[in-house]
Design a binder for this molecule. Structure first.
Ligand code: PMP
Length: 428
C-alpha cells in the first residue's frame, strides 16, 4: 500500500492547521507516521486519496451506526439543504426529532439540541449546578466528556493518548471543583461524597466507558451510583454520547434498566452531522433559558441539515429495531475471531466488549478502570495498528479508543478483519 498522496496533503495541512488536524485523535502521533486522508466512504468502507480501501472500525468515532453515506440520511440532508441551510428561527423538524428522542429514550421529558458532545456535557453540568445550587462535580479518571475545562482532569481518549489528561489552560479554580473517582469503584465515589457533604451537584460518567478503550460497568456499579445520588440529592449524569442510540434504542438507561437524571448525546443522534443533545425530566429541563435561569444557547443549534440527518437516522433505528441485535451479534463474532487469532500466536491480550463497542487491550487480566487500561503494551499496539492498516483495516490510532461496529459490516468483512489479525499477529 502506498500513502504518498496522504503524506503530501499532511505536509500541506501542517503549515496551516496545528498538527495538521482539526481534532487531535485523527493524528498518528501515538502510533507514528502520517495520518491517512480520506476522500470518500460508503457502507463499511473508507477510500483514501491514494486509492486504498479500508474496512472501517472508527466510523467517525461512533455516529455511522448504519455505515457511511447511508442513503436515507444523505437524501434527507440534500432535500433539506435545497430549502436553506440555517434560519435562526424555530423549525418544525426540531420538534419532530425531539419527539422521537423522547419516545425512544426512557425517563426523559424534554431534550435540547446543541452542536457537539462537548457542548452537551458542558451544558448538562451547568444545568445540574443550577438545579442543585451546588458547585462540585465528580468525574471518573479515564472518562472523556469533551474538551470543556471542567472535564480535562484525568480525561481519557485523545487527552491521554497525547499525554495531556490535565490540560494547561484549565485554571486551578475550575480544576478544584472537579473531583476524581475511580471507574467501577463505588467506594472511591462514596469517600468523595462523604468528604464533600452537600457540595456535589452531579456525578458524570460514561456508563459504559469508551474512552479508555471499552470498559463496561461491573455489576452493581451503576445501581450503586444511583443509590448514592438518591441518598445525597446529587444528580446522576449519563454521558451517552457514545452509547446513546447504540447499545439500545434508549441507550444504557434501557439496556441496564437504571435511570440517570440528565443524559447527554452526540454521535448517532446527528447521523454524522454536528449534533449533540442533553435531556432530562421536565422539572430539570425547565430550568433552562428562556423559561428558567440557567443560560445555554447556540446560533446553529437545531440546524436544519443536522436535524434532517439526525431524524432520518433515528427513524431508521426506530423502525428497524433488529439492527441493535444484529450489530451486537456481529461484534460477538468479531470478538471470538480476534481472540482465537491472538491466542493462536500467544499474544497477551484482553478484549472488552459490550454490545457493539469492543476494544483489544494488549495486556493480561481484567481491564476495569483507567489504571488497568494503561497497562496495555503500547509497542504492540503500534505494530498492530500499522499492520492492520496495511492490510486494509482502519482502527483508531490509539489504544485508548473503542472500535464501533456498524450494521454495514458484512460477515465477509468481519472474516477479512480476523484474517488480517492472523497475518499481523505473526510478527507482534
Ligand atoms: N462524551 C463522550 C463519551 C465522547 O466519547 C465524546 C467524544 N468522543 C464527547 C463526550 C465529546 O463529543 P464531541 O467530540 O462531539 O465534542
Amino acid at each position: 500500500m502506498t500513502y504518498k498522496r496522504s503524506s503530501e496533503l499532511f505536509a500541506e495541512a501542517q503549515k496551516v492547521i496545528p498538527g495538521g488536524v482539526n481534532s487531535p485523535v485523527r493524528a498518528f502521533n501515538a502510533v507514528g507516521g502520517d495520518p491517512v486522508f480520506i476522500e470518500r466512504a460508503e457502507g463499511a468502507y473508507l477510500y483514501d486519496v491514494d486509492g486504498n480501501r479500508y474496512i472501517d472500525y472508527i466510523n467517525s468515532w461512533g455516529p455511522m451506526i448504519l455505515g457511511h453515506a447511508y442513503k436515507p440520511v444523505v437524501d434527507a440532508v440534500i432535500e433539506k439543504a435545497k430549502l436553506g441551510t440555517s434560519f435562526g428561527t424555530p423549525t418544525e423538524i426540531e420538534t419532530r426529532i425531539a419527539e422521537l428522542a423522547v419516545k425512544l429514550v426512557p425517563n426523559i421529558d424534554k431534550i435540547r439540541m446543541v452542536n457537539s458532545g462537548t457542548e452537551a456535557c458542558m451544558s448538562a453540568v451547568r444545568l445540574a449546578r443550577g438545579f442543585t445550587k451546588r458547585e462540585k462535580i465528580i468525574k471518573f479518571a479515564g472518562c472523556y466528556h469533551g474538551h470543556s475545562d471542567s472535564f480535562l482532569i484525568q480525561a481519557g481518549s485523545g487527552a491521554v493518548t497525547f499525554g495531556t489528561p490535565n490540560s494547561p489552560g484549565v485554571t486551578q479554580g475550575t480544576a478544584k471543583d472537579t473531583l476524581l473517582a475511580i471507574f467501577n469503584d463505588i467506594d472511591s465515589v462514596r469517600k468523595l461524597v462523604e468528604a464533600n457533604t452537600g457540595e456535589i451537584a452531579c456525578i458524570i460518567l460514561e456508563p459504559v466507558a469508551g474512552n479508555m478503550g471499552c470498559i463496561p460497568p461491573r455489576d452493581g456499579f451503576l445501581s450503586g451510583l444511583r443509590r448514592l445520588c438518591d441518598e445525597n440529592e446529587i444528580l446522576l449524569i449519563f454521558d451517552e454520547v457514545m452509547t446513546g442510540f447504540r447499545l439500545a434504542p434508549g441507550g444504557v438507561q434501557e439496556r441496564f434498566g437504571i435511570n440517570a437524571d440528565i443524559v447527554t448525546f452526540g454521535k448517532v443522534i446527528g447521523g454524522g452531522l454536528p449534533v449533540g443533545a442533553f435531556a432530562a425530566r421536565a422539572e430539570i429541563m425547565d430550568m433552562l433559558a428562556p423559561i428558567g435561569p440557567v443560560y445555554q444557547a447556540g446560533t446553529l443549534s437545531g440546524n436544519p441539515l443536522a436535524m434532517a440527518a439526525g431524524l432520518a437516522m433515528l427513524t431508521e433505528l426506530d423502525q428497524n429495531r433488529e439492527i441493535f441485535k444484529s450489530i451486537d451479534e456481529k461484534t460477538a463474532y468479531l470478538h471470538k475471531g480476534i481472540q482465537a487469532a491472538l491466542n493462536s500466536y500467544n499474544i497477551p491480550h484482553t478484549i472488552n466488549r459490550l454490545g457493539s463497542m469492543i476494544s483489544v487491550h494488549f495486556c493480561e487480566g481484567e481491564v476495569s478502570n483507567f489504571e488497568t487500561a494503561a497497562h496495555g503494551n503500547n509497542h504492540t499496539f503500534k505494530q498492530f495498528f500499522h499492520g492492520m492498516l496495511d492490510n486494509g483495516i482502519y482502527i483508531a490510532p490509539s489504544a485508548f479508543e473503542t472500535w464501533f461496529i456498524t450494521e454495514a459490516l458484512s460477515y465477509e468483512d468481519l472474516d477479512a478483519t480476523i484474517e488480517a489479525v492472523k497475518i499481523v499477529a505473526k510478527y507482534l
